[in-house]
Design a protein. Structure first.
Lengths: 398, 477
């Protein structure tokens, strides 16, 4: 990949990265870490003087199909990783969101970027988040030291786990150079049961029943009217060996008979649907709207939407209703109203898409209580005492 | 002579013992404070029984608020704190020091909330692992991680050690099933990390606390995922004439895209010990046995079993036996889960916990045998093969100091071998005191220094579970 601005630092290996970070630290220079640039709109806007790019840290270090383990350098494009895994009928388990649909921009999702963003998708309900599949990292801390954490084995409790701490830290603690993942077999088959014309309450009831069933549901989403059809559609996915998928799909239809489950999507039709859910395609337009990702108890999702009222311009459910994606006007007042509606119910709201000015003005991520703010600062200092990396990318001033 | 060093207790703390006990007595009711000698003896060791140290006192608080007051008192008085769940740690994670108090979770034993619609349970940290599954079993749900000690061990201890178990191959270990904790820091802050909602943004406090061996704070409450059990589950026994073939079969099953719920390995000595104890119907005339559990409907189990059996045949399997009843399944698992206890009836042992990449299992098993033979010691292997988490039980006589030293030396060689093959010192038991001085085999100086700085962000004086996890100053592996 070509680094498009000459001002960017683009180390070719870990040792060079250590030296560049150490120099920046000595100069008192702040660096903004970039991967393929596809998630540039995620988090607060960058504030650093110079970019530190993983573009030259490319390639798979190893893929051991019989161990279901893959190690790749941070700048490796996700598309190349997916193709290599596909050739062995394996995959990254957590179905990472591709933010390009939502941001309408270019760039190329990379391994480092998906770890930094803890990018997960619909399969979160059965296979965990990205952080559950990352088993090892190498990173350069803000002191310019190379640090290894975790390893290449699935079970490893030696020492403090700094792997998960760096997943979702948006590069505020270190510059990830290499990541190791546990994998899953790519399902031989998948089927998605579709139920039409449920209202929000019925949809959550159906998805709750399905996720609480013994049938291994790996996706549970509800698209509101106007998202592809004029009526609402509730979708439940099962994956695995073909005979098992057919069996469980039949059982689910039986379980959900009162909701009118009938149509079954298979193969490419099913895959296209879940890609659209994963990438939040239904809220991509109109571009000027703010897009929020709200995590809460599914049983409280209706209450939340009722409290927020007409500020919700459009919404859909993933994770059986435990994840609400919604669009509002991009204003501080809407943001305040959304967080106020959520506060008594518990949960968290992330402003995933909004103009830079709004993302700089308000908390993009759920605000933390004072004790956790202090702890966040201390842990940041434990990695990056002079605040070299991604200043203000997660929280203002940190 | 046992080889694991303990730091010299701080004499000024020992001198102030009466004052410290009085300070705790001002915070805790009589029944929550143990200061007499006989009472303290019960807390001087855990499941690493070769080592013991008598604590200053034992505090058994009943609430997060009491924990916070005890913690602030200890911080201000300069007293070290050893957290303790049920004391089942195999790595000495709950062994105190003479200048420390034990802070036990036994009175924090209430199940606070079960929510089947949102599929979680919120429990106090002293609730046992098995109690969670039992509380939801009638509704068809369970809590997935299942350490062998699940009848006794607490969820707080499980969080401390990031415990695993046989069924973690499919469902993950504690950290993958934990969605919230309430943590009390040494400053007495009560922090709610995560919660019933998934994936709280910000730094992943849950992932950091899980497996931190009680060095960041006291876990007083946990919120865990509940999973709906499959339609059915069935263990199947596969007997092999060769240990190497059995372990190659494990890699082949995973390589074929099959992830069974559990895939457990036992060698001939382990089979004999467990069969003698549990009468589970294990084949006694094979060199190695796999217990593979499949789940789903009858047809799904039959289909998955067919695929696994075909692979096993290609690896020369001689005995295949499917459980025919729920009672038989229970016996098969009882035999496996009582392996440590049953071995304890035969000999003293130390249990290793190294993990190796599954493709290196045949080599690792051979090396374990060679290392133990070189020391003239017997070994039984019983472990989680699907994720390469080995548990060689090195047998010795605890009353023979020379044998204990040999067993510990052999154990260290086995763990170094695990790391050299690309694995880890510990898959699920934790570092504790046992593997503390081997950490520099697995991690470089910068790696360990980074971990220690993160620990210091919570506990700058290193008062919580001191002299664990990290090598004592000046001691190399």
């Amino acid at each position: 990949m070509i680094v498009d601005d000459v001002a960017a630092l683009a180390p070719g290996d870990e040792a060079e990265a250590c030296a560049m970070v150490a120099e920046a630290r000595d100069r008192g220079e702040r660096l903004d870490i970039v991967g393929g640039g596809s998630r540039a709109g995620f988090g607060r806007p960058p504030e650093g003087a110079r970019r530190l790019s993983s573009a030259r840290l490319d390639g798979i270090v190893f893929h051991e199909p019989t161990e279901m383990v893959l190690r790749a350098r941070a700048g490796a494009p996700l598309s190349a990783i997916a193709a290599a895994l596909d050739a062995h009928d394996q995959m990254l388990p957590f179905e990472p969101i591709d933010h390009r649909t939502l941001y309408g921009g270019g760039g190329e999702p990379t391994i480092g970027g998906l770890v930094a963003a803890n990018a997960s998708g619909p399969r979160r309900v059965s296979a965990g988040a990205a952080r559950d599949s990352v088993i090892g990292l190498r990173l350069v801390n803000g002191r310019g030291e190379a640090v290894m954490t975790g390893g290449r084995v699935m079970k490893n409790v030696a020492g403090l786990d700094l792997v998960k701490l760096n997943c979702g830290a948006l590069g505020t603690l270190g510059f990830i150079t290499e990541a190791t993942f546990k994998l899953l077999p790519r399902p031989e088959s998948e089927a998605t049961i579709a139920i039409r014309r449920l209202d929000d309450a019925q949809a959550i009831a159906a998805m709750t029943a399905a996720l609480g069933s013994p049938f291994g549901v790996s996706g549970a989403a509800m698209l509101s009217p106007g998202m592809g059809r004029e009526f609402s559609r509730t979708f439940l996915r099962v994956e695995g060996f073909a005979a098992s998928v057919d069996h469980r799909a039949d059982k689910l239809i039986g379980l959900l008979v009162e909701f009118g489950a009938e149509r079954v999507l298979k193969g490419d039709e099913s895959r296209r649907l879940w890609r659209a859910v994963r990438d939040v395609e239904f809220l991509a337009e109109p571009r000027e709207r703010a897009v929020w990702r709200v995590g809460l108890r599914a049983s409280r999702a209706l209450d939340f939407l009722a409290r927020l009222g007409p500020r919700t311009l459009a919404h859909f459910f993933d994770w059986g209703g435990a994840l609400v994606w919604l669009a509002t006007e991009p204003t501080p007042a809407d943001a305040a109203a959304l967080r106020a509606a959520l506060a008594p119910l518990g949960g968290h709201a992330t402003l995933v898409r909004a103009p830079d000015a709004l993302r700089a003005a308000i908390d993009v991520f759920q605000p933390q209580p004072p004790a956790l703010v202090a702890l966040t600062r201390r842990v940041k200092a434990a990695f990056d005492p002079d605040d070299v990396f991604n200043h203000g990318r997660m929280y203002a001033g940190i | 002579m046992p080889q694991i060093a303990f730091p010299q207790p701080d004499p000024t703390i020992l001198e102030r013992r009466d004052e410290i006990v009085a300070g705790l007595a001002a915070i805790l009711p009589t029944e929550s404070l143990i200061a007499d000698l006989a009472g303290r003896r019960a807390f001087e060791t855990d499941a690493l029984t070769a080592y013991r140290r008598l604590p200053l006192a034992v505090a058994l608080p009943r609430s997060a608020d009491e924990v916070a007051r005890v913690m602030r008192f200890c911080r201000d008085a300069g007293v070290n704190v050893t957290p303790r769940g049920a004391g089942t740690s195999l790595s000495g994670g709950a062994i105190p020091q003479e200048d420390a108090i034990v802070l036990g979770l036994s009175k924090l034993n209430r199940i606070l909330e079960i929510n089947l619609a949102d599929r979680y349970a919120r429990v106090e940290a002293g609730v046992t692992n098995l109690a969670i599954s039992e509380a939801v079993a009638a509704d068809g749900f369970f809590y997935a991680p299942d350490p062998s000690s699940q009848l006794a061990c607490t969820i707080g201890g499980n969080v401390g050690m990031n415990s695993g178990g046989a069924h973690c191959l499919k469902y993950g270990v504690t950290v993958n099933n934990l969605i919230g904790v309430r943590l009390v820091t040494l400053d007495g802050d009560i922090l709610d990390l995560g919660g019933p909602e998934l994936d709280m943004p910000g730094l992943d406090w849950l992932g950091l606390v899980c497996g931190s061996e009680g060095q960041l704070g006291i876990v007083v409450e946990a919120t865990v995922k509940l999973i709906r059990a499959a339609e059915g589950a069935r263990p199947v026994l596969f007997g092999f004439d060769s240990c190497a073939e059995a372990s190659r079969c494990v890699a082949a099953i995973i390589g074929a895209g099959i992830v069974p719920v559990a895939m457990e390995y036992m060698d001939r000595p382990a089979i004999a010990i467990c069969e003698n104890f549990a009468k589970a119907g294990y084949p006694l005339d094979v060199e190695a046995m796999l217990i593979v559990e499949v789940e789903g409907s009858e047809a799904e189990m039959a289909a998955e079993l067919g695929r696994i059996a075909a692979i096993a045949r290609a690896h020369g399997v001689r005995v295949m036996r499917e459980s025919m009843s729920a009672m038989e399944s229970a016996q098969i698992w009882k035999g496996r889960k009582s392996a440590f206890g049953a071995t304890g009836r035969v000999a003293d042992y130390i249990c290793m916990d190294g993990t190796v990449p599954t493709s290196r299992l045949p080599e690792a098993l051979q090396r374990v045998g060679e290392i133990c033979a070189a020391y003239g010691l017997r070994v039984a292997n019983v472990f989680h093969a699907g994720d390469g988490n080995m548990h060689p039980l090195i047998l010795y006589d605890v009353n023979d100091p020379a044998q204990q030293q040999k067993a510990e030396d052999a154990g260290r060689e086995v763990l170094k071998m695990s790391v050299a093959l690309g694995g880890s010192l510990t898959g699920e038991h934790g570092v504790g005191i046992e593997k503390r001085d081997l950490m520099s085999c697995q991690f470089g100086a910068a790696d360990l220094a980074q971990q220690k700085r993160v620990r210091a962000a919570f506990d700058p004086q290193a008062r919580l579970n001191p002299a664990k996890v990290f090598p004592l100053d000046g001691r190399a592996a």
